[in-house]
Ligand binder design. Sequence first.
Ligand code: GDP
Length: 140
Amino acid sequence: MATERTLSIIKPDATKRNLTGKVVAKFEEAGLRVVASKRIQLSTAQAGEFYAEHKERPFYAELVSFMVSEPVVVQVLEGEGAIAKNREVMGATDPAQAADGTIRKEFALSKGENSVHGSDSPEAAAREIAFFFSGLELVG
Ligand code: GDP
């Protein structure tokens, strides 16, 4: 399997509860390497644009207001099959459905406040990494 890069966001419910280190430990234990990382405060416009594909979904407004409610930590993770591996470590969207040992099972509060975002395809990973980082900031 090829080495890939994927975008991760540690969401406001996790940064607020000081869980950044515990979430990063899950990535590292799974063999993913953090090759870029920054803590930022998203604006409503930025969060709206990032989640534009969900614009028609009933939870869109709630999702955008949640994502700007506290700072987030955006990261690029690198590793063998990193896109799928990150999704595996994250667990299902709804923590009630997430497998044992996953980030969402251990830390998420609800289907909306679910601690992490991860790119779901190579196309999404490329778009989402470029949304937050310039090439100069990727120092794997
Ligand atoms: P993901 O790829 O597992 O993050 O899930 P989706 O792409 O389906 O949804 C994107 C994000 O929207 C999720 O991670 C949640 O934060 C949020 N979301 C999804 N479904 C719901 C919902 O039913 N209610 C609320 N409030 N948020 C939701």
